[in-house]
Design a protein around this ligand. Structure first.
Ligand code: DX5
Ligand code: ZN
Length: 231
């Protein structure tokens, strides 16, 4: 069943595989899909832009073979333009690059679109939203970081909520209703409700979905219930 708020606003749920058990990745993907995940969020880290190294193109390639869910690749890497074509070739449906890593952001977003994937732009908690002003018409997705990128399991930064609301207003003012407003970091049943109320339409959740205590299905059901209870 497609996930919507009580008022019928569609919401995309994108579990982040960073928190999955990598020795059982295929099983975790299948569990997430069966529980109603819409996209799978793939966190790519280079140890340069962020202080951690995660996964890359071969993992996306392997995932493509085991799921039909769209693979949403979040590139936390410097010089992302060097790898965009490879991620698309491997099966990325959407690719988000950080505004902080792209001196030629316009060109990079066009490269993603021309390659056949959905372009997204990601923004760190300390970067002013005005940095997105010139590119909102070029993207299918804006990813607002609600933690400093690099690690799963961090706490939602409270100031993100007003940033989401301000971006929601800008997207609405510019009639960009098709652009996903994605929020990433510290999303659980409580914060999911907060960010959806502020205008988010696309939720990334890692440790809240793949936590070791509850099963994946249970965790996704809790997130869905939280979203469905919002107006
Ligand atoms: C953080 C990543 C997130 C991370 C979220 O740098 O971009 O996608 O996996 O993990 P949680 O949901 O645990 O905060
Ligand atoms: Zn991410």
């Amino acid at each position: 069943m497609p996930l919507t708020t009580a008022a019928g606003r569609p919401i995309i749920l994108a579990p982040s595989l960073l928190a999955a058990d990598f020795t059982r990745l295929g099983e975790h993907v299948a569990e997430a899909a069966a529980a109603g995940a819409d996209w799978l969020h793939v966190d790519v880290m280079d140890g340069v832009f962020v202080p951690n190294i995660s996964i890359g193109v071969p993992v996306v390639d392997a995932l493509r073979g085991v799921t039909n869910l769209p693979l949403d690749c979040h590139l936390m890497i410097v010089n992302p333009e060097r790898y965009i074509d490879a991620f698309i070739e491997a099966g990325a449906a959407s690719i988000s690059v950080h505004v902080e890593t792209c001196p030629h952001l316009h060109r990079t977003l066009e490269q993603i679109r021309d390659g056949g994937a959905r372009p997204g732009v990601a923004i760190n908690p300390a970067t002013p939203l005005v940095m997105l002003d010139e590119v909102l018409e070029l993207v299918d997705l804006v990813l607002i970081m609600s933690v400093n990128p690099g690690f799963g399991g961090q706490r939602y930064i409270a100031g993100t909520t007003t940033r989401i609301a301000r971006l929601r207003q800008q997207l609405d003012d510019r009639s960009l209703h098709h652009v996903h407003l994605q929020v990433d970091g510290g999303i659980n049943a409580a914060t999911a409700a907060t960010v959806v109320a502020a205008g988010a339409t696309n939720l990334v959740a890692g440790s809240a979905v793949f936590n070791r205590h509850h099963g994946v299905a249970d965790a996704i059901a809790q997130l869905r219930a939280a979203v469905q209870s919002e107006p």
